[in-house]
Design a protein around this ligand. Sequence first.
Ligand code: LLP
Length: 444
Amino acid sequence: MFYGTGELNELNHLEIGGCDTIELVKEYGTPLYVIDEDHVRESCRSYRNSLSNLHENSEVIYAGKAFLTMEMCKLIEEEGLGLDVVSGGELYTAIKSGFPAKRIYFHGNNKSYNELEMAVKYGVGRIIVDNFYELELLKDLAKKQQNKKIKIMLRLTPGIEAHTHDYIKTGQFDSKFGFGMENGHALMALESALSIKGLKLMGFHCHIGSQIFEEEPFKDTADTMLRFAKGARDKYGFETKEIDFGGGFGIKYIEKDKPLTIHNYISVLFKSVKESCQRYNLTIPKILIEPGRAIIGEAGTTLYTIGAIKNIPGIRKYVSVDGGMSDNIRPALYGAKYSAVIANKAGNPLEESVSIAGKCCESGDMLIWDIDLPKIAPGDILAVFSTGAYHYSMASNYNMLPKPAVVFVNNKMARLVVRRQTYEDLLRNEVFVPHSNSISLANF
Ligand code: LLP
């Protein structure tokens, strides 16, 4: 039985971080995102240690888009990782939490002038330049800096095929991200970056996709990037000080998922970097990686209360929960698959095959098709696993559903990190003139 990062306790309940999930539900309600803090810290350390044991000149950067709150920024800071942000909002969250700006990497394919200005003002460590327009914006910003150079990297698209969902592939040539290597844009960007006085080019970045299970794409990417570094040296005398290989390391959602171990992913990448550096006669640069999903994904579990159950004899039993695509868009968007248990009957034998429906008004709002579970009744608690990454961060208020609360659990303790939205919160930004007023105004 797969219990995510949790286990079965003596009450036949699912327990995570030493906390009985049924008690968590009594305290915080549902839907509820539960994050196993120890598991997050453990993943951070495994990535850091695996990489630094092979190559000291390295850094692990957490991709905040997977899950970002101020508390998460604090944890990432404590664990010694850098932080990848992709918008003014993410940057603001990090800065508000006290995250050191120097350890922030600013990404994005359409950063605005204001966002770039904000990043420069805060003094972020690196800006990862994605396109020629951004180079122009930075050229302008750089002129306004006195004697201080803006440190940048260039995002390249290495043309690597990552075998994952089309929507989360990013390294292929036909992509909105980065400078293409195949059409010479990457070299043009390099030339241009080197010619802008106020910019200091540190190296190159790439990210080929997400939830990747194979070794090959990482190997090929390493070689392609270093071949480019060789070209940069031979043609422009440019020495690549750092290469950021992005994230994309796969995690387990369902029993049959078999991702590589953290150590495996890192050693495959490093071995390829080392061999390519020998081949091209390059000094091994600083190596950076940017895991998001792999740090937070498996550590998250979503708890739901089961409500309506609709049985269509001989066809299907629909079991509805009190959340859905508003807290987990991934099944609808990517056809993502999940595993789950009934948290209050976690050790019971599996008795029926059902499909888990969300409560949003769309037939596509199905969280899990055809899952075997114990006999279910309204009021039972469903726990869906590996929901830490791209769930809270992609949550919406579709159908005016309030966003769930987030709790961190650790060592038998739970602490609220994000409170549940209220109906008031839903209306907070609305500018509303009551109808009766408009009528009385019209009378004048
Ligand atoms: N670095 C860059 C530049 C990225 O674009 C991404 C993810 C990452 C790092 C982190 O990738 P990870 O290690 O998490 O795979 N919403 C989708 C995933 C989109 C990923 C976008 N970029 C999902 O729910 O599967």
